[in-house]
Structure formats: structure tokens, C-alpha cells
Design a binder for this molecule. Structure first.
Ligand code: PLP
Length: 268
């Protein structure tokens, strides 16, 4: 018999194509030697061509999954992905308070403010943005927006590396302990620079930009690798640096799948 490994929790939507969402999260947790536990928020109908629909899980069932997992199995860190609705967000906030997930509590909490797929399919109702800002960001140890999510959440349009710091400051004002702005969508930048900010210091995380369109699940993989490192006891800068190294390898090894966009890989 082996000893119990570190555990982490993903609160997210499924991807029937197995590329992104909760599936990417679980793959990444396992690759990092972390047992994956899950609270499903929505079931998407999805393949490499996009998301054609989703069904939401009742908010009280999302909260019950979180309670069930944390009170018995215990987790060293938790993350969110697709949350779909304001009702689900409120239920998550309440359950997190009950079981000790969130900044200043024992379980670090990574909030990835997923709003749409890379095909542009909406994964979060418009009226849920206030819930993210008001209920989840103040509870977050880390938020990990891409530049589209920054625009949606703060109104700031980032067109240069310099603009990323303004975005980080605006996101920080919404209450998280740390902000990671992901620069992957800044096409004018030949590299993929991300910025980590804690209200005082800025850490630049440079990385290569690969010539591939197969990046489905890249954001989920980054947030999950960070969550895995936190579950193993890393501090935030260490965990984010680990996550960045992990996602670079995952994008480098991305593979085609179906007739559309393939996923980043965990086979390497
Ligand atoms: N589907 C689900 C359920 C997701 O959670 C996500 C991202 O978090 C996506 C799809 C979108 O992934 P991508 O933007 O990499 O296409």
C-alpha cells in the first residue's frame, strides 16, 4: 500500500472532447502526482470544433460536491474553471467559506475566470460577471485572467506589454491576493509573457510562443499545474513558475484532434 498523495479539487465544467475543462484539470493533477477530486458545474457538449451547448448542475449540488470532498478526502488546494451562472458562483462562495477554501484560510484558491472557449462559445452568462468580481475574486488566492477576460472584467484593452501592468493593478483592485495576467493573446508580442502581481511586486514570466493552433485547454492546464504545486506546499511564486514551465511543455507537445483545434498535451 502507498501513502495518500497530495489532493486537489477542480470546480469546473466537463468537455466531452476530453481536451479542456475538468478533463484537462484532472490530467494535469495526475501528471503532477496529485489525486484529482471534482465538483462539476456544467456538462458541455463539445468537440474539437466548439461547444454546441451545456447543461448546468443545480447550485446546491455543486456546493454539496465541494463539501463532500473537502470534509472527507481533504484537499491541499482548489481551483475553478467554467462556472456558468451567478447562482453556481454564489453556491461555491458559500461552500468555500464553510470548508476553509480561500485566501487567508487553509486551502489556497485559484480562480480562473473562464468566460468563453477559444472558438468564442460563451461559458459564463453575462449576469455572472458581477458574481465573479464580488464573490469569488475577494476569496481568491490567485486569479488567472487572459486578456479577453481582463477586458470583460475591467474594461481595459491591453495592446502592449506595458498595458499588462495596468491590467494587473485593475484586477488586483477587485480583491484577490495575487494576479497572474496571461499574455498569450497579445499577438503583437513575439514571446508569451505572463505577469504575476501581488499589489507591490511584479514578476515577469517569459516563455516561448509556439506556432500551433492546438492550444485547447491551455489556460486550464496552467491553472491546474499551479494548483497542483500549491497542493504540494509550494508558495505562490514557486507554484506559478512551475505552472508556466508545465504549460510551455504542454503546448509544445500539443496534438491535432478531430477536424478543429487539438488540446495541449500531457504526454511528454
Ligand atoms: N470547455 C470547458 C468546459 C472549459 O472549462 C474551457 C476552459 O476553461 C473551455 C472549454 C475552453 O478552453 P479553450 O479556451 O482552451 O478552448
Amino acid at each position: 500500500m502507498s501513502s495518500t498523495p497530495p489532493r486537489a479539487l477542480t470546480i469546473a465544467g466537463t468537455d466531452s472532447g476530453g481536451g479542456a475543462g475538468m478533463h484537462a484539470d484532472c490530467r494535469t493533477f495526475f501528471s503532477c502526482g496529485v489525486h484529482a477530486t471534482t465538483a462539476v458545474t456544467a456538462v458541455t457538449v463539445q468537440n474539437s470544433l466548439g461547444v454546441t451547448g451545456f447543461t448546468e448542475i443545480p447550485p446546491e449540488v455543486v456546493a454539496a460536491q465541494i463539501r463532500a470532498v473537502v470534509t472527507d478526502i481533504g484537499v491541499g488546494a482548489a481551483k475553478t474553471g467554467m462556472l456558468a451562472s451567478a447562482g453556481i458562483i454564489s453556491a461555491i462562495a458559500g461552500a468555500c467559506d464553510e470548508v476553509g477554501i480561500g485566501r487567508g484560510r487553509e486551502i489556497p484558491f485559484v480562480v480562473d475566470p473562464v468566460s468563453a472557449s477559444m472558438h468564442g462559445d460563451q461559458l459564463l452568462h453575462d449576469d455572472a460577471l458581477d458574481g465573479l468580481r464580488g464573490e469569488l475574486f475577494p476569496r481568491a488566492s490567485l486569479v488567472t485572467p487572459n486578456l479577453d477576460e481582463v477586458r470583460l472584467l475591467t474594461g481595459i484593452e491591453v495592446t502592449s506589454r506595458a498595458g499588462m501592468l495596468d491590467a494587473a493593478k485593475a484586477m488586483y483592485e477587485l480583491g484577490p491576493q495575487w494576479v497572474l495576467i496571461k499574455g498569450g493573446h497579445l499577438a503583437s508580442d513575439p514571446d508569451c509573457m505572463d505577469l504575476l502581481y501581488d499589489g507591490a511586486d511584479v514578476v515577469e514570466l517569459p516563455g516561448p510562443r509556439f506556432d500551433t493552433r492546438h492550444t485547447h485547454g491551455g489556460g486550464d492546464t496552467l491553472a491546474s499545474a499551479i494548483t497542483s504545486a500549491l497542493a504540494k506546499g509550494a508558495d505562490m511564486p514557486e507554484a506559478v513558475a512551475f505552472g508556466k514551465r508545465f504549460v510551455v511543455r504542454a503546448v509544445e507537445a500539443a496534438y491535432p484532434l478531430g477536424g478543429g483545434v487539438g488540446p495541449v498535451s500531457n504526454f511528454w
